[in-house]
Ligand binder design. Structure first.
Ligand code: CYT
Length: 315
């Protein structure tokens, strides 16, 4: 594709403006639904709605992974009937698209008028204090692929979106994080369920294989609390064009960090070996488990995100 990112976003916008009814135009909040979290679509009134599959939008990479639907949903937030746009299913880097093309949806959201995005994902926990089903508000990230040059802003700078060298030290909006903590408290979740809300650092890995134990130990020692295969490229492109960001991870599995002494599994014998193998078996990540955790948490995530969006739209 020889066209610039700006041209691509413009053509995608023209297409959407033809398809989406006027009453749903100009959403100021965009939401990306992570694996198993498509239920966020229920925050939108059944009518009027407009769904556009990514495959119909010019310059969009098609979504392929099992469990990811792949469409834009335009609708009115049930809580206050204001227009929002959702990405139900996202496109991942591991599907084989370029890191630049998977973030075109964010550029399109900017052109639609989106000022704040809420990005959700399913992530593995590296923090021993987190349990499956817990929620983690991201306050920072480690862009492993990006540090090595696989970066969504690589290439000629799209000056009409933002500057060449954007700062990311304040990528995760402090005010939105505060509000989310307050809303969570007001929901009284601490007493009704064991699900907890944390704040932590997300490490972005390319995937599609889950991380090895040694890789998990590296990520943990780097200061990451959760690990996943999405979100960071979107957030970087959003910050480049000055979209405010709130990101939420659902812990779908505890990544396994265990190893024998100095990483030598075979050197340990007897009951410690048994314990090690049990821990490894128990912690083995799989896609079904990731989707199931999403389903169980969906109602809580929906409620928290719905309230946060209402808050944003009323201030
Ligand atoms: N889990 C997950 N790694 C994991 O362990 N959902 C993504 C990446």
């Amino acid at each position: 594709d020889n066209t610039t990112l700006s041209q691509q976003a413009a053509e995608a916008l023209t297409y959407l403006q033809k398809k989406v009814p006027a009453e749903l135009h100009e959403p100021v909040v965009g939401i990306t639904c992570g694996s198993g979290l498509s239920g966020l679509a229920e925050s939108v009134l059944p009518e009027p709605r407009c769904e556009i599959p990514y495959t119909d939008i010019p310059h969009f990479p098609p979504s392929t992974v099992h469990g990811h639907a792949g469409k834009f949903l335009f609708g009115l937030l049930e809580l206050n009937k204001k227009p929002i746009v959702l990405m139900v299913g996202r496109v991942h880097y591991y599907e084989g698209h370029s890191i630049q093309s998977i973030t075109i949806p964010v550029r399109l959201m900017k052109r639609l008028g989106v000022e704040t995005i809420i990005v959700t994902n399913a992530a593995g926990s590296l923090n021993p204090d987190y349990s499956v089903g817990d929620l983690v508000i991201l306050n920072d990230h480690i862009n492993l692929a990006g540090l090595a040059g696989i970066h969504p802003l690589r290439g000629p700078n799209a000056d009409d979106f933002g500057t060449r060298f954007p700062a990311l030290s304040d990528a995760y909006d402090l005010d939105l994080r505060r509000r989310a903590h307050q809303l969570w408290k007001s929901l009284g979740r601490g007493t009704k369920s064991t699900r907890r809300l944390h704040e932590g650092v997300y490490a972005f890995v390319g995937g599609p294989s889950y991380e090895t134990r040694a890789e998990c130990r590296i990520l943990r020692s780097f200061g990451a609390d959760v690990v996943g295969m999405s979100t960071v490229p979107e957030i970087i492109v959003a910050r480049h064009c000055n979209i405010r960001v709130f990101a939420l991870s659902l812990v779908t599995n505890n990544a396994v960090l265990e190893a024998g002494p100095r990483g030598d599994d075979i050197a340990i014998q007897g009951s410690s070996a048994q314990d090690l193998y049990k821990a490894i078996e128990k912690g083995k990540a799989n896609h079904e488990e990731v989707l199931a955790a999403g389903q169980n948490a969906a109602a809580d995530v929906q409620q928290l995100v719905g309230l946060l969006v209402r808050d944003i739209l009323s201030t």
